[in-house]
Write a protein that binds this ligand. Structure first.
Ligand code: PLP
Length: 370
């Protein structure tokens, strides 16, 4: 454990990351490669620190959203193939070529500029061409796809390493939209086959598709959420272990009488004499203000409610008659015996998804790797 600068920290279990990678590896079988999605600082877990573990346990590829995220991995010594999933700007192409980052391409202009950058650097630029089968985000429509593939094939300095698509609702119980996207993707693959174009890596599946639609595994799966031990919904096709615990220490405790108002706007007033614990964490750390008067923390093996409005740097909890003292450990995300608070619990309270919860944890929170 590294030295802590502040009494708020996120413990990231590399053992649990390794476990999750092994679970996905055995789920997808030996003929499918695993691409771990480590964008947004590894969904808040730390991209580089977790990437070493992922690779050591059978991850073949990494994916990022931004070229600079890929460059950071390269600087950290990562030699595995890296795919930039996001839209790369014209002024970022040189960096991608220099750092051997595969680029997602979905329009001719960027393809031409990337080719020019590769020729200038006398290197090969690897390209994954993206088709939008129904996500409505990046990717060109199926009817335009094969023409772009032909163009990229004709440009010097480019190698088509993959073609891919992305599912919009693979976490739904009703997979009919996913099947529809799949059919459109199959048609694209058919057309490539008919033109005699062989593509080394054809891919589509994110975490939910990997779990709930195994036919979509193809040559590789792009897994983010699940690698960090979170599930897309309540189904548990195999066991994953949450990799992140968020903790702090009680900064101050005071006994207050009935009728005491707590925090801005006095949204909580104590009904009886009680003890309030002040936690040195607030919305600037990623503890959403939406958890005011709704969320709980665990102190001394007991759920304690967050009371009053969460403030920028501090949050109050009503600890009742617990013998709570300054310095007591507080679990905001994690488990203690049978008690558990996970990202999806916060997500339910906040009307969002677990993806957002760990991404929200700000850079003020030190990540400690166990
Ligand atoms: C194109 C693409 N592929 C894969 C993923 C990984 O998704 P998940 O975290 O559900 O595995 C993402 C994440 O948003 C993505 O944008």
């Amino acid at each position: 454990m590294s030295k802590l600068n502040r009494s708020v920290w996120a413990e990231v279990s590399l053992d649990n990351i390794a476990h999750n990678v092994r679970q996905f590896r055995s789920w997808i079988g030996p003929n499918c490669e695993l691409m771990a999605v480590v964008k947004a600082n590894g969904y808040g877990h730390g991209a580089l620190e977790t990437a070493y573990t992922m690779i050591a346990h059978g991850t073949n590829w990494l994916a990022v959203a931004l070229p600079e995220e890929g460059v950071r991995l390269r600087r950290g010594g990562i030699t595995a193939p890296i795919l930039v999933l996001g839209a790369v700007g014209a002024d970022e192409l040189d960096v991608c070529v220099a750092a051997d980052l595969a680029v997602t391409v979905f329009e001719p202009h960027i393809a031409r500029l990337l080719s020019a950058a590769a020729v200038t650097q006398q290197k090969l630029a690897r390209v994954h061409i993206k088709v939008d089968t129904g996500m409505g985000r990046l990717g060109l429509l199926p009817q335009d796809f094969v023409n772009l593939v032909e163009l990229v094939k004709s440009l010097p300095g480019l190698e088509i390493q993959g073609v891919f698509t992305h599912f919009a609702q693979a976490e739904q119980m009703d997979l009919s939209y996913t099947y529809w996207q799949w059919e459109r993707f199959q048609a694209v693959r058919e057309e490539l086959r008919a033109r005699g174009i062989a593509i080394p890596y054809v891919h589509a599946a994110n975490t939910p598709a990997t779990m709930f639609f195994p036919a979509s595994h193809l040559d590789l799966v792009r897994v983010g959420l699940g690698i960090y031990g979170m599930y897309p919904d309540a189904r548990r096709p195999f066991e994953l272990r949450p990799a992140l615990n968020l903790k702090t220490k009680v900064a101050f405790v005071k006994r207050v009488p009935a009728g005491s108002s707590v925090s801005y706007n006095s949204t909580y007033v104590t009904a009886k004499e009680t003890s309030l614990a002040v936690l040195p964490i607030g919305y600037a750390d990623g503890l959403s203000r939406g958890l005011s008067n709704r969320g709980h923390v665990i102190i001394r093996g007991t759920f304690c409610p967050i009371v009053g409005n969460v403030t920028m740097d501090h949050t109050m909890v009503d600890v009742g008659d617990l013998p709570c003292v300054i310095g007591d450990e507080v679990i905001l995300l994690g488990t203690d015996g049978n008690l558990e608070i996970q990202a999806h619990h916060w997500a339910n309270l906040l009307g969002t998804i677990n993806y957002e919860i760990t991404c929200m944890l700000s850079s003020r929170i030190e990540r400690v790797y166990l």
